[in-house]
Ligand binder design. Sequence first.
Ligand code: PLP
Length: 409
Amino acid sequence: MSTPAIASPALAERATAVLMDTYAQRPLALRSGQGVHVTDIDGRELIDLVAGIAVNILGHNHPALVRAVADQAATLIHTSNLYYTEPQLDLAELLIASAFPSRVFFCNSGAEANEAAIKIARKWGRMHRDGAHVIICAQGAFHGRTLGALAATANPRYREPFEPLPKGFVHVPYNDVGAFEAAIDGDTCAVMLEPIEGESGVVPLEPGKLTEIRRLCDERDVLLILDEIQTGMGRTGRWWAHQHEQAVPDVMTVAKSLGGGVPIGAVLAAPRADVFEPGDHGSTFGGGPLACAAAVAVMRTVEREGLVAHAAEAGDYLAESLSALRDRGAPIAGVRGRGLMLGIGLTSDIARDVAAAALDAGLIINAIGTRTLRVVPPLIITRDEIDEALARLGTAFDAVAAAAREDGA
Ligand code: PLP
């Protein structure tokens, strides 16, 4: 397919000259956003179903978030963690109230949150399990790009160029509780997994499996670490995806949408796993007043606007609408996921072509691998906006089919 001609080529040239080649950037340069819409530098409006990769839960330019950031920037931006600040404590209290009895460590990203969780598990193993240090992770897992988080990540494409990685991580099939059970031995300190695997194509744990894994961790006396970096903050229709089952983790990691676009991450540890002491861990920027004020505004707005329940309803509507699109002949094999975290399985290897054609049609959607489109929109998305987004997706499917016919002719 042709590349959509919607970004200034001059920007792409400048980027090639000065930015490391780490991202396969799309031919799209964004200038502004409003709600679920973004506008590119040529003034074209697009519907954003990616939301900065499951980050902008309040959409773009939400007045509550803009005001909180502006007010805090005009008051106090950074202090270090040598002193107390109110936004940090407000945020910790809100997080704990939304999740489970715990205490919080703040950092700046998902990978950093997982690094902290790994250190907690290692220290806990040293204190309570005779130096046990191995973490059982899942095949398909994605936990971030720093060396510890990468060691917990499964994908060889991400791992191999940087080996040797830290030792002490084992990967077992995601939905196979028996495999987790078999892998736990005297060296194991924790099981670590995502309630829905996001980066490997929106693959959910089957119903009941998280409860079984929680029970297993209790029986074998190891920690359960849940990475809710992508699933959290209401996206699946509960504040945290584990709340669909009564499977409370010992350690939970949070980032992405916590700050609504302002970088921040957090780790929650239940009393059993609350092992850090002064000097064990730290971050210059983590939990700074600017990011915490943003996250407080995000959490209060999610609550005030009822966005957790809305994510469940809007997600059901989106999934039904996708099924209807399939029934009308779109190349959709099935829809996976929960709430507003959905993966659209395609009937052939056209995900990248569809995502590219979608940009032409005014829609931002994310291709994962060759056969999955990921939909993680702002939680504020309305039914009308879903209708319009799927009309544009239909146009993209038609364009890809037409191009395939032309190629075949
Ligand atoms: N964990 C999960 C489940 C993720 O989806 C991601 C990012 O996609 C990360 C961790 C890493 O987060 P970050 O990119 O903020 O380091």
